[in-house]
Design a binder for this molecule. Structure first.
Ligand SMILES: [Zn+2]
Ligand SMILES: [Zn+2]
Length: 291
């Protein structure tokens, strides 16, 4: 069995639940994932518990995960790797590290942030998810660095890894990884359904949408909810399913009018120029490069 130890950083907040989880994977040498904020008592505890450390890995450059990493790596004489972080070596998708006798693989999973990476130990079915999946509640997608369309692709990629256990950046260990990932996919689909249903009532601002969709929630969550609704609207806009008028907070959003196939006049999905059958015919006729 691979030794996996959690050291909880003392930085509780609305974003971090009870604090950031720093993970120590394997031993002699160990790998440390997300040293967390620069809190000396926390980094002392991680250093003492970890013993010899070969690598320090960071899931993403957010203030609750990354600021302690560079100094910690120097202190324990380990190399530092992240997708994008000052003082770190740039991680590649699929790059492999060794923790004791186990392999740990970096998987680029943009969405929560563009630089987000998760770490997978195939031998244990263990997935270290940072903020891409958290132990309680949902991952926060804050545009423009946060991107919901990318996030959904990353969720599918995590599902394909067939992990058993999730070791999240916040909250408790998740013993049924497939169920949790499925729940996350369903939650976003349900939210999108609510956004589209609310837009059916006519053009609306984000604040109006939040009041409808989050009617049962306390007002404190509305600013965060507004960012999340914006993430959904940007995804729908990218798919040609919603459009906005105006700029900033005053912008109104509405469902995009159905477009017609440029060849046969039937309705087409999204921003395509031709319907499915006409695309196929054009492709067969060798005119597929047009449009
Ligand atoms: Zn984060
Ligand atoms: Zn976090």
């Amino acid at each position: 069995m691979l030794r996996i130890t959690r050291i909880l950083a003392p930085n509780p907040s609305i974003y971090t639940l009870e604090g950031t989880n720093t993970w120590i994977v394997g031993e002699d040498p160990a790998i440390v994932i997300d040293p967390g904020p620069s809190i000396p008592s926390h980094l002392d505890e991680v250093a003492i518990t970890a013993g010899r450390v070969a690598q320090v890995l960071v899931t993403h450059d957010h203030p609750d995960h990354a600021p302690g990493a560079a100094a910690f790596a120097r202190r324990v004489g380990a190399t530092l790797h992240a997708w994008k972080l000052d003082g770190a070596e740039h991680l590649r998708d699929g790059q492999t590290f060794r923790a004791g006798n186990a392999e740990i693989i970096a998987v680029h999973t943009p969405g929560h942030t563009s630089d987000h990476v998760v770490f997978f130990v195939p031998a244990e079915g263990a997935l270290f998810t940072g903020d891409a999946v958290v132990g309680k509640g949902t991952s926060f997608i804050d545009p423009p660095d946060g991107d919901l369309a990318q996030y959904l692709r990353s969720l599918r990629r995590m599902q394909e890894l067939r992990a058993r256990t999730i070791y999240p950046g916040h909250g408790p260990v998740v013993l049924d990884a497939p169920a949790k990932l499925h729940e996350y996919v369903e939650h976003r689909a349900e939210r999108e359904h609510q956004v589209v249903a609310a837009l059916d009532g006519g053009p609306q601002t984000i604040d109006q949408l939040v009041e409808v969709i989050y009617a049962d929630y306390p007002l404190d969550v509305y600013p965060l909810a507004a960012r999340s609704v914006l993430a959904h609207l940007l995804k729908l806009e990218g798919e040609g399913r919603a459009e906005r008028k105006g700029k900033g907070d005053g912008a109104t959003w509405r469902v995009s009018a159905a477009r017609e196939c440029a060849r046969c006049g039937k309705p087409v999905k999204g921003r395509a120029r031709y319907c499915g059958s006409c695309s196929l015919i054009l492709l067969q006729e060798g005119a597929g490069t047009e449009g």
